[in-house]
Design a protein around this ligand. Structure first.
Ligand code: XIL
Length: 460
């Protein structure tokens, strides 16, 4: 609209109306202090959990701080502990220590030039509902996909572990007990492999007795190499024959008992320009060693589901491209059935969209999908000395997103989500990161369910 077209009298009326509306606003106690400081507009809560949420509001020009009230009563006759007139110098605040399944209310004021505005609008928010105790990870995913956990044979004999393994999980993976260095203990003087089957036997029996699936991990991995193969003095052909023998013996012994295996783990190099990680397997067996191992496995037992497993798949598109091209080659020879994306992720990295896109690329292949080795770091920046409620909430949100993405995969492609350990203080990440504190799992050091556990259920 051009100002020139408005008559003098219309312009005068508009100016008066503007002044009047300003005066009426500034005299409205519900919205502004008598000084004229503008009240913020409170916005919907976010990051809602069982015991917390995040209150949000908009920016007020020149506000030096904001003042927040939270109450379980819409009339604000009493306040949540610590949230009565709480000063904040940002546009949101995490409100913690709440009850589940309860409605709370919040309102906020702005402080401008030392003057406090009137109250904002009031937002109501309901905390999440506690799942009944008889809802477990296992019951909530029944007939949908396996929920697995990395275990050790030793811990299956400890009642506090055993109780949760059997109550919550429909699948187990040995964190270390089924790796080559644990089973293949030497070579005798006739050249035959010396085996220690004891832990694998016990784990398989444990799973059978408790009606739990076993996902085998892992036949070939450069970080679990028997001494004798590292310093092997025989020919390359003899080396390859031992690998074939090993795979065949494992599959023969556990026929019908271990129905899926990671055949090769982490074979693709992280360097964008390099296809294969430089390992003894590559050196001894050549560039088709991965294909050879899958072929040995297929020949040993055609009923076992064969997986390839690797890390950084959700955010390193170049590495993922190399892996998926290899998967295409294996599929062309009907040598692979599934792919594991190791989910060693952070509470704030990679983005949800990256995880979604990486999953979509896998869904486009004719393979079962395993979100393997899930743990969610909260302390990669080493800024925590204990797990704060706020960070635990962000972690829970992350777990929820991951489960939502997995659960949306077409039914016939969902294999499992496997947690890489049961409780925080057992995580491999603490030794892996030279003792840096971490709390990446669903149970705390005292075997209690964390918020992240609830996040898993919320994701379903
Ligand atoms: C880890 C175990 O958790 C540790 O206890 C062990 O010392 C080293 O291996 N990728 C994998 C897993 O495929 O087998 C690794 O497990 C973690 C990284």
């Amino acid at each position: 609209m051009k100002l020139g077209k408005i008559s003098n009298s219309t312009f005068y009326v508009m100016v008066c109306l503007t002044i009047l509306s300003f005066m009426s606003c500034s005299s409205d106690d519900d919205n502004n202090g008598s000084s004229g400081a503008i009240a913020p507009v409170a916005q919907e809560a976010s990051d809602i959990s069982l015991t917390s949420f995040r209150a949000n509001w908009n920016n007020v020009f020149r506000a030096s701080e904001y003042v927040l009230d939270v109450s379980a009563d819409s009339g604000f006759s009493s306040f949540v502990d610590g949230f009565d007139n709480l000063s904040i110098n940002q546009l949101s605040q995490s409100v913690t220590g709440l009850n589940s399944n309860t409605t709370y209310y919040y309102r906020v004021r702005a402080v401008v030039g030392g003057v406090v505005s009137g109250n904002s609008n009031t937002i109501s928010v309901e905390t999440n509902t506690q799942f009944p105790d008889d809802v477990t990870l296992k019951s909530a995913t029944e007939n949908n996909f396996f929920v697995g956990v990395a275990v050790s044979e030793a811990r299956t004999n400890i009642s506090s572990y055993d109780e949760i393994y059997t109550r919550e999980f429909s699948s187990i993976t040995a964190e270390n007990d089924m790796k080559m260095a644990s089973i293949f203990t030497g070579i005798d003087n006739t050249g035959a492999i010396i085996y220690d089957w004891s832990k694998v036997d016990a784990l398989v029996d444990y799973a059978e007795a408790n009606n739990i699936n076993v996902h085998g991990h892992t036949l070939i991995w450069h970080r679990s190499l028997p001494q004798v193969l590292e310093n092997f003095s025989g020919t390359d052909q003899e080396f390859e024959d031992l690998i074939e023998q090993y795979i065949t013996d494992v599959f023969t012994r556990y026929q019908g008992k271990i129905n899926s295996w990671d055949v090769v783990n982490e074979a693709i190099d992280d360097d964008p320009g390099v296809q294969w990680r430089d390992t003894v397997f590559l050196q001894r067996m050549g560039e088709d060693y991965v294909e050879k191992c899958f072929a040995f496995a297929r020949a040993a037992d055609p009923n076992v589901k064969l997986f390839y497993n690797d890390y950084n798949m959700t955010f390193d598109g170049t590495k993922r491209g190399k892996v998926l091209a290899m998967v295409d080659d294996l599929l062309a020879s009907d040598l692979i059935d599934g792919v594991g994306y190791q989910m060693h992720i952070d509470y704030n990295f990679p983005s949800t969209q990256q995880i979604q896109d990486a999953t979509d690329e896998l869904v486009a292949k004719d393979v079962l999908i395993h979100f393997a080795e899930l743990d969610v770091k909260v302390n990669a920046a080493n800024d925590l000395t204990e797990l704060t409620e706020e960070r635990a909430m962000a972690q829970s949100q992350r777990v929820q997103e991951v489960v939502e993405i997995f659960n949306a995969i077409p039914q016939n492609k969902k294999y499992a989500i496997t947690l890489w350990g049961l409780k925080d203080d057992d995580t491999w990440l603490i030794p892996e990161n030279n003792g840096r504190p971490e709390w990446p799992l669903l149970f705390d050091a005292s075997f209690n369910k964390k918020q992240a556990y609830q996040g898993f259920l919320e994701g379903l």
